[in-house]
Design a protein around this ligand. Structure first.
Ligand code: NAD
Length: 277
């Protein structure tokens, strides 16, 4: 039976380090959070970020703009925050109203204030192992893997999902640990080859968003399984991996919810502190 890789205890340990870092700073770091409109999901993310920030001694500045904010107004607002010396990091809550191009906005945040680590300049630095900030979900995956103490050197790692926010950066980060990384995606499934790849994985990372995509009996004996997927099925949140069967085969497995999720906001705050240093 697999050991559970829970995000919460790990997040608490990392928060303790962040608190010490913040306490040693001459000025409290400031995170500017911009929310546009009245999306309930965005409001709830912002609320939980504010709570974590407060617990770490970080100043969380919430800027709420109306539903009818134009792209031009938001662009000006972000530019002002980019130039504000008191602001160390900026996050724009998603989703944005339809009249605003979300991609354009997130690329407008100055790379040195990009707490989400999603600016193309910061993404590019990952290739050169030089990035100060890492995208939050991939960073959470790496922390969970580190916590097992298993050396990834030469290990067969299979990443399922190749999005900009999870799959691609995770693959790059694990390459730097000298794992042999295979990235699967919709094309792999369409070619009927997903099972064959997953069965080889000593470390399996799944970020697709399809409940039950990965059958439990595909999981290799002793594999480490990180399930990033979030799916609502009959009022329950589940991942992409058939947990009940997979946990009998894996050595470590993340629960959903409770695995990757609880770590991501902590990664955001760690990025902020790195930028503020
Ligand atoms: P995305 O939609 O951007 O990308 C999905 C990926 O899955 C693509 O690479 C696509 O090719 C692949 N895919 C789709 N169908 C497939 C199939 N049948 N077989 C194999 N691959 C397939 O998704 P995303 O933004 O990377 O998010 C993926 C999942 O992770 C979602 O459930 C999302 O909610 C979750 N997520 C969780 C966190 C967290 O903090 N826990 C953070 C980000 C995303």
């Amino acid at each position: 039976m697999a050991k559970l890789l829970e995000g919460k205890p790990l997040a608490e340990a990392i928060k303790e380090k962040i608190r010490l870092d913040v306490a040693g700073m001459s000025k409290k770091p400031v995170l500017a959070s911009v929310i546009v409109g009245d999306n309930a999901g965005a409001a709830s993310y912002a609320k939980s970020q504010a709570k974590v920030a407060e617990s770490l001694g970080i100043v969380y500045q919430l800027h709420a703009l109306g539903n009818d904010t134009t792209e031009v107004t938001l662009v000006d607002f972000i530019k002002k925050l980019n130039n504000d010396k008191d602001v160390n990091g900026i996050i724009v809550q998603m989703p944005l109203p339809a009249q605003i191009d979300a991609k354009k906005i997130s690329q407008l945040i100055a790379p040195e204030k990009d707490v989400e680590g999603m600016h193309p300049a910061n993404m590019g630095k990952i290739v050169f192992e030089k990035s100060k900030v890492l995208p939050c979900t991939p960073a959470a995956v790496v922390e969970l893997l580190n916590s097992t103490g298993v050396d990834l050197y030469g290990k067969e790692v299979v990443v399922v999902g190749h999005s900009e926010i999870v799959g691609k950066p995770v693959a790059l980060l694990l390459l730097d640990k000298f794992a042999t990384v295979t990235v699967c995606h919709i094309g792999t499934s369409k070619a009927g080859k997903l099972e064959e790849h997953v069965k080889k994985a000593e470390v399996l990372i799944v970020a697709v968003g399809r409940a039950g995509l990965i059958k439990g009996d595909w999981v290799k004996d002793g594999a480490i399984v990180i399930d990033v997927g979030i799916n609502r099925v009959a009022d329950k949140i589940v991942g992409d991996v058939e947990f009940e069967v997979a946990e009998k085969k894996a050595s470590y497995i993340t629960p959903v919810p409770g695995g990757v999720g609880p770590l991501t906001v902590t990664m955001l705050m760690r990025n902020l502190v790195e930028l503020a240093k």
